[in-house]
Every structure is written in C-alpha cells, then in structure tokens.
Design a binder for this molecule. Sequence first.
Ligand SMILES: NC(=O)c1ccc[n+]([C@@H]2O[C@H](COP(=O)([O-])OP(=O)(O)OC[C@H]3O[C@@H](n4cnc5c(N)ncnc54)[C@H](OP(=O)(O)O)[C@@H]3O)[C@@H](O)[C@H]2O)c1
Length: 297
Amino acid sequence: MSEVSRRQMLTAGAMGAAGIAATTIAQQVQANTKVPIASETKTNSQGKFANKVVLITGATSGIGEATARAFAKEGAIVHFCGRREALGNKVAQEITAQGGRASYQKTDIRLEQEVKAFIDTCVQKYGRIDIAFNNAGVESSPKTIAERSLEEWLNVMATNATGVFLSMKYELPHLLKQGGGVIVNNASVSGHVGFATIAPYSASKHAIVSLTKVAALEYADRNIRVNAIAPGAVDTPMLRRALAAWNTNFEKVSQEYPIKRIVMPEEIARGVMFLGSDDASCITGMDLDATGGYLTK
Ligand SMILES: NC(=O)c1ccc[n+]([C@@H]2O[C@H](COP(=O)([O-])OP(=O)(O)OC[C@H]3O[C@@H](n4cnc5c(N)ncnc54)[C@H](OP(=O)(O)O)[C@@H]3O)[C@@H](O)[C@H]2O)c1
C-alpha cells in the first residue's frame, strides 16, 4: 500500500471489518487519550436537560450510546433505537438503574415505516421531541469504486443518508406542531473531504452535511435549528473494525489528527449536547468540527 493511500485510509475515521484484541486497543486508547473523561456520575434529575425529551437513532453502541447516557445523566428522557435488541435493552436498563429515564425501540433506520413508528412512539409516550440526534450509521469496506458492489453502495446510502432523511422527514412535523425543537445529525470528517476507497461512506456523509444545510434553511424561521457534528476518529466499535481492516492501531491514527489522540465518544456527546442546548440558540445549518483539528489542516 502506498503511503498516500495508507494515510487516506487511516484518517477515514471508520471502515472495514475483522478483529483486533480489545485489550491491545484499550491500552492504546489509554496511552493516546490525554483528556480525562468524566467518570460515572449519578443522574441529576434537575440537570441541564431536566425533562427534555431526546430521541436518538443508533444508541445500542458507540457515540449514540454515550450520548444517550450523557443526556440521561443530565435529567433528559431518552428514547432510542438500533437493531440489536439485547444491547438496546441493556443500555436502557443500565440508564434506568442509575436513576435515569430511557426507552429502547427496535428499529431499522433503512425502513420508512419503522422510522415513522419509532418517532411517533416517542411522541405518544413522552408528548414531544425536544432534541433529535440522528446518529445511526455504518461504515463501508475498503474498496475502490470499480471494485465496489452496488449492493454495498445502496446499503450504506440507505443507512447513513436515507436514514437521516427519513428521520428528519418524520421528526419535523412533530417539531412544527409543538412550536420548535432541535435536530443534530451525525456527519463525519468524511462529509467534508474525500478519502480514497470509502466512496459510499464519504458520499453518504457529504449528503448528511447537505441535508443539514437545506433543513436548517427550510425551518430556521419556525424555531427549529438543524445542525450536524463532524467527528474524526472516535473510539467506538466502528473505529475498531476500521483499524483491524487496515491492520493499524490507535497510535498511528492519532498522528494524523492535530489533537494527536483518539477522541472518546463522551466528548462527541458533549458537542451534541452543546448543539442541542440553548447555548447554541442562534446556530443553525452548521457542521461542528469535532475532529480535533483535522478540517483545519
Ligand atoms: N467512530 C468514528 O470514528 C466516527 C467518525 C465519524 C463519524 N462517525 C459516525 O458516528 C455514528 C455512530 O457510529 P459509531 O462510531 O458510534 O459506531 P457504532 O458503535 O457501530 O454505532 C453505530 C450505531 O448505528 C446503529 N445502526 C447501524 N445501522 C442501523 C440500522 N440499519 N438501523 C438502526 N440503527 C442502525 C447501530 O445499531 P445496531 O447495529 O444495533 O442497529 C449502532 O447503534 C455513525 O453515523 C458514524 O458514521 C463515527
């Protein structure tokens, strides 16, 4: 592999499949993470998001899970989805056991009727949606465009791009009806720059950035803000699969980012919470660079 293509793959953020020993990666993360991550704290029912209803797609693991836990700890009621039922129930039970409020609904984000049912159920259960985090996504395997199957292209686009479109399509009527709300879409560094061998992922993330801008303009004067967040390399199952696929490690990937470390999912959660809060009251249509400086290079 040439140095250029290796670098492109390393910085892509999340692709591939296979298995690196978790302990090795955990050690690498520890070695490369210089910012302390808040340790487990008890739920504060009167916290910053007390009684806010937060809807999250894809919170059975990774960034979505960390964001669900973070909002719940600040007093929010979280309704989330994902396909892996056992994990979804586990996350909801653990949040509840810590004094938080969360419910899981099995949903495949590629299927219109399931997305609609997920969003409608949230409103039926809790009366409204204050903040929606459209996060569910999948990586693509490392292949050039000529090597890529149409099937994989369509699946990644259906999950990442159409999934965000469908989520907003069924969230927005509720937000309009209740007089406002906030949407945050999970994009990526790959939504801004091209990386060789990840066409479906990169195209789908560019689509999310575009959808975010369009939605922001369409609803800006109706008290609805729509933003995205652009993570770089974040320690999640998706990134671990990517590292395995490229036979690389956290240390090498870290060097591609000005921040020189892998970001933790809890840090992305904080960015989502900022965009979802009144602190971002005049911010709409932007994609928050949470890469640790990659997009400034
Ligand atoms: N990790 C990174 O370095 C990085 C960088 C930039 C952007 N991102 C973005 O962050 C988001 C979360 O990824 P992650 O890194 O946290 O990886 P992850 O742990 O693999 O999480 C992906 C989440 O999306 C859900 N999902 C995938 N396909 C779905 C479907 N068809 N229907 C419903 N839910 C689905 C998964 O749930 P089920 O499998 O249970 O369905 C899971 O909860 C993605 O959009 C990803 O592109 C990640």
